[in-house]
Design a protein around this ligand. Sequence first.
Ligand code: SAH
Length: 346
Amino acid sequence: MPETASKKNILDFTPEELGVAVTELGGQKFRGAQVFGWLAKGVTDYDEMTNVPKDLRKKLDESYYIGLPEAVRTQKSKDGTVKCLFRFADGTEVESVFMKYEYGNSICISSQSGCRMGCAFCASTMDGLDRSLTGGEMLGQVLAMKKLTGSEIGHVVVMGMGEPFDNYEGLKRFIDLIHDKRGYDLGLRNITVSTCGIIPKIKKFAKDFPQVNLAVSLHAPNQEIRKISMPAARKYGYDELLEACREYTETTGRRITFEYAVIDGFNDSAACASELADRLKGWLAHVNLIPLNEVKGRSYKTANDRSVKKFKEILEKNGVAVTVRRTLGNDIDAACGQLRRRHAGS
Ligand code: SAH
């Protein structure tokens, strides 16, 4: 049994909960916020918490571990992208990616190890769901990556492995933890969550976090095409999904992003582009065209540059805001989920 088996991950705790925890250990309540502040700085040893009394540090160490994941494999790209396979204390592995943008550094974190959504083009779902991550484990990826790269991280996208809305409680806690002023203090507008379209959670998210950005993986201009590659579409139909997205833009006043992975001969025709444009015309929305990362063992191929360009033009002509996602880290690995599979020898 690992040493941590009987201990709890202290990164999962809010300052209030830490206040209770330290009181139980005989410390003063205000120490909770102090400890929380140190954790957000990425400390890995209680002895680094120099303004916390020594005996309290010792007691904390006996009951709680600081759950920064261990980097078991790291790949660095020429463009500054760093992709990392992180392992938690129980052996669970996830991927995170650090990216440099003009507006600052960003990290893409995982919300689950594996995924049970079953999208036909995605590597993360090929072995199903291992388990959901806790909020503290999501925070741990940010802290560990910051340490690993020695860089500030001012933006977080929850677009790694897993479906964040299939782990709503973990996601909610993560946002509350990383946003807390006494800790990492990340602005809500600097967080983006991506979902495959779990409608009830989109509605809940709009109420809980109206300032956090939402991206929806659409990948098709209609239900017929969408349900072929995205099993979630069988439960949450296209029209109903768009309705929920529109409601999101209306209640939050925020622009929504639609992700559209352009797949050769599947969803990349001019007819698809026109149909999508018709659906989204006049929306407070933005379409992000993603050149598909080809996944070993999957038959989908990336669309050629010409059809992506044409697709973009058609959307633009119809007044739909569109960008083509810049491909970062192409020289290190492809789609999310591949590093973990490769490492496992699959
Ligand atoms: N479960 C969330 C987050 C998943 S990953 C969601 O579905 O949105 C983030 C994005 O990458 C999603 O839009 C997902 O559909 C997309 N994606 C998955 N596999 C891909 C691949 N091989 N190439 C390009 N994009 C991919």
